[in-house]
Write a protein that binds this ligand. Structure first.
Ligand code: BG6
Length: 491
């Protein structure tokens, strides 16, 4: 059974209920399944189901009988998450539903709530005896980032969860790990023999990880203005992409083997000294869009943002993974809001050929091979290499071999939460963040936050909405004789 705290919220409506429909459609949810939604509004189960019926997708992939199947198994209970009384009633309700539906005492508690509820809910679940696993049955808790806003607060949260739950009962979602192409990074690297031998400092010149968004802060100004781009995206999503790109092959695909290897990468990232923070990090905040562009407001004019805010909406970093495989290979990371294109990719640029055979002809400047793992919106993989341009004069030019997910496999409706929900139900934590990886992520970004706090940005806003970010981010790479690969360069 899935007990959903925050059942009337946005996450439940947009992602979780549709993901349950998709799972059922794929034959991955049994009939012995139930959802119990919890939220503060007074409502009967009947009223909740009526509301949900209007919110669920209506499409050929989600026919009426599929929705009916889910609604028949959906129940609702109002209550205040911080009131002990709720947990007594919850206990009762679980018994009733279990008696009717044979869910065998297995419960996943999904806390789709603001993060300041996590500790309070888990404490009360524990006190009410709801997290105790009897016999073969399981009790698991899913939470989603942010996991604290600093190393200390992340530790505190982990300790609080750990005082009630075993680590194996905690499923920390980083929704990037639910994305098909992010998981494909592992398959691409470790199910193919040809890339792994060259996946190192001898052949790779640099790695770029870009998560570019066109959206602004939307309705989340209150949270975002406190968090900023670095906290919001880097210790979690970008570090997960970095870890999957840089990790050693695990000895098996057991959850702990994979998670151990990922964590070694985070631990190998050289912490930045205060001087390095000044030279290897760039922060930015968007102003209004430039003239001639679609009009977009400045960050400081967004809803629920302080009009004098110094919060960054863009960050670029140069990091070094200090181990045998990656010594001296820079990892350039960037993410920002209101950028020119929505685009997430990992770009691996290989070293140039050692011997310029074609020197003296018109091809002295051979462009390097570039492998791009496109994560969204058009998922796929492309490899750029040099080919001879037909004609009597020797001339080469870059061409591309491209694989596109949708062309090959078609599109199946997905919210990105299907695999994560399914894995949690099956007890597979591979794609979830372990307590230590959350803390290690914070350890890397904390020195940056410290310097930024001590030296507030003076130049904000420093990029126009709809552009590719601040000029300083381009300089970060041009100082190394490199440049960012933007989607427009990639054809
Ligand atoms: C969230 C961040 O974790 O990820 C948001 O809080 C961001 O600020 C979002 O927009 C990006 O996710 P996706 O799946 O749209 O790339």
């Amino acid at each position: 059974m899935l007990v959903l705290f925050g059942a009337s919220g946005d996450l439940a409506k947009r992602k979780l209920f549709p993901a349950l429909l998709n799972l059922r459609r794929s034959g991955l949810l049994p009939n012995e399944f139930a959802v119990l939604g919890l939220a503060t509004s007074e409502m009967t189960s009947e009223a909740f189901r009526d509301r949900l019926r209007g919110e669920l997708p209506d499409s050929p992939e989600h026919p009426a009988e599929l929705t009916r199947w889910l609604l028949e198994r959906t129940h609702y209970m109002p209550g205040d998450f911080r009131s002990d009384e709720l947990y007594g009633r919850l206990q009762e309700r679980l018994r009733e539903i279990e008696a009717g539906g044979a869910t065998r005492g297995n419960v996943v508690f999904y806390l789709a709530t603001p993060p300041d509820f996590f500790g309070d809910i888990v404490d009360r679940l524990g006190t009410a005896g709801l997290t105790a696993e009897a016999g073969e049955s399981f009790r698991r808790v899913i939470i989603e980032k942010p996991f604290g806003d600093s190393h200390a607060s992340a530790r505190e949260l982990n300790a609080r969860l750990g005082s009630v739950l075993r680590e194996s009962q905690v499923y920390r979602i980083d929704h990037y790990l639910g994305k098909e192409t992010v998981q494909n990074l592992l398959v691409f690297r470790f199910a193919n023999g040809i890339f792994e031998p060259i996946w190192n400092r001898l052949y790779i010149d640099n790695v770029q990880i870009t998560v570019a968004e066109t959206v602004g802060v939307e309705q989340r100004g209150r949270y975002y203005d406190k968090a900023g781009a670095l906290r919001d995206m880097v210790p979690n999503h970008l570090f997960q992409l970095l870890a999957l790109t840089a990790m050693e092959p695990p000895s098996s695909f057991e959850a702990e083997s994979v998670r151990d290897e990922k964590i070694k990468v985070l631990r190998a990232i050289q912490p930045l000294s205060p001087e390095e923070v000044l030279t290897r990090t760039v922060r930015g905040q968007y102003g209004a869009s430039a003239e001639g562009q679609a009009p977009m407001p400045a960050y400081r004019a967004e809803n629920r943002v302080d009009p004098r805010s110094n919060t960054e909406s863009y960050v670029a970093l140069k990091l070094v993974v200090d181990n045998w495989r990656w010594a001296d290979v820079p990892f350039y990371l960037r993410t920002g809001k209101r950028l020119s294109r929505q685009h997430t990719d990992v770009t691996i640029t290989f070293r140039r050929p050692p011997h310029r055979l074609f020197e003296g002809t018109q091809v002295a400047d051979v462009t390097p091979n570039v492998l791009v793992l496109h994560l969204q919106p058009d998922e796929g993989i492309s490899l750029t290499f040099q080919a001879k341009i037909p004609g009597p004069v020797v001339q080469t030019g870059p061409v591309e071999m491209a694989f596109n997910y949708a062309d090959h496999f078609g599109r199946t409706p997905s919210t990105g939460y299907e695999t994560l929900l399914y894995d949690c139900i099956c007890g597979d934590p591979t794609l979830f963040q372990r307590a230590d990886s959350v803390e290690d992520g914070w350890s890397v970004v904390e020195p940056i936050l410290d310097v930024w706090r001590a030296l507030p940005a003076r130049s904000f806003p420093n990029y126009a909405a709809g552009s590719w970010g601040p000029r300083e981010a381009d300089e970060l790479l041009s100082r190394d004789g490199r440049s960012w690969r933007n989607p427009s360069d990639q054809g």
